[in-house]
Design a protein around this ligand. Structure first.
Ligand SMILES: [Zn+2]
Ligand SMILES: [Zn+2]
Ligand SMILES: [Zn+2]
Ligand SMILES: [Zn+2]
Ligand SMILES: [Zn+2]
Ligand SMILES: [Zn+2]
Ligand SMILES: [Zn+2]
Length: 292
């Protein structure tokens, strides 16, 4: 039940405490602490009546927090002890390190009791809160920051955080959960979509274009489009058309062939004309040379 940092409080007049360890110990003043045992008067400041923070002892034997004795001096040019009205002489004031160690080793309950049942020494109070399972912390997810107990963070992140990421079942990428539906419906490359031509297949979104080149329901041009056939049809039906329209296709090819022959003969004629023109010109050149 007791926290691991529990230590026996040793009267410090005779035994040196583990002062090396105590150096890093501290606590925040002006905070309510629940002490395991009732706080003894000698650990209370004679000015603010709270637990002594950095205790200083005066010549009259009373103890004050460091900041309290400083404010006493600021308030009065001649500071007076509020208990016995004696003048506090600065040269008689000393840092009470013995008392300080005792105070830092007093046991307190965690502020998150009763959820947390840790008892810690006052000097480790803040340190404990850095690890306390019942301390309220924000969700580590920067977009969320919802407040929860530290012990619940793991579960929140794995199951409840609106900004947690989950693997998309289809493309296996990590997607923020709130965007998962939109991702699947609109952008996931691996999400199965039905063929735009309503064939029986479902295809990963990224494969639709490729599928359309083999889809049995895709509309295609007749292979004789180049020869003038305007029939379009689904891949299966088109094969039937090709068989049925064999004669029509043949006529289209013949027509095209006739046109080509016509063109060739036209070209041939114009070539012949150019040939005789060249010969005429050559004759003219020869005559001019002979006269010269
Ligand atoms: Zn004080
Ligand atoms: Zn006094
Ligand atoms: Zn705690
Ligand atoms: Zn969250
Ligand atoms: Zn996906
Ligand atoms: Zn299809
Ligand atoms: Zn055709």
């Amino acid at each position: 039940m007791a926290h691991s940092e529990e230590q026996a409080v040793v009267p410090c007049a005779f035994i040196r405490q583990n002062s090396g360890n105590s150096i890093s110990l501290d606590f925040e003043p002006d905070t309510e602490y629940q002490f395991v045992e009732q706080l003894e008067e000698r650990y209370k400041c004679a000015f603010c009546h709270s637990v002594l923070h950095n205790p200083h002892q005066t010549g009259c034997g009373h103890r004050f927090c460091q900041h309290c004795i400083l404010s006493l001096r600021e308030l009065n040019s001649v500071p007076i002890c509020p208990v016995d009205k004696e003048v506090i002489k600065p040269q008689e004031v000393f840092k009470d390190n013995c008392c300080k160690r005792e105070v830092l080793n007093l046991h307190v309950y965690c502020k998150n009791a009763p959820g947390c049942n840790a008892r810690i020494i006052l000097g480790r109070f803040q340190d404990h809160l850095q690890h306390c399972s019942f301390q309220a912390v924000p969700c580590p997810n920067q977009s969320c920051r919802e407040a929860m107990l530290r012990k619940d963070v793991k579960e929140h992140l794995s199951a409840y955080c609106r900004f947690r990421e989950e693997k998309c079942l289809y493309c296996k990428r990590d997607i923020v959960v709130t965007n998962l539906q939109d991702h699947e419906e609109n952008s996931c490359p691996a999400y199965p979509v039905s063929c735009p031509n309503k064939c029986v297949q479902t295809i990963p979104r990224a494969g639709v274009k490729e599928h359309l080149t083999v889809c049995p329901e895709a509309e295609q041009d007749c292979p004789f489009k180049h020869y003038g056939c305007t029939v379009k049809g689904k891949r299966g039906n088109l094969q039937e058309h090709e068989r049925a329209a064999l004669q029509d296709h043949m006529l289209l090819v013949l027509e095209k062939n006739f046109q080509l022959e016509q063109q060739i003969s036209d070209l041939y004629q114009s070539l012949e004309q150019k040939e005789s023109k060249i010969q005429q010109l050559a004759g003219t050149v020869k005559e001019v040379r002979e006269r010269a």
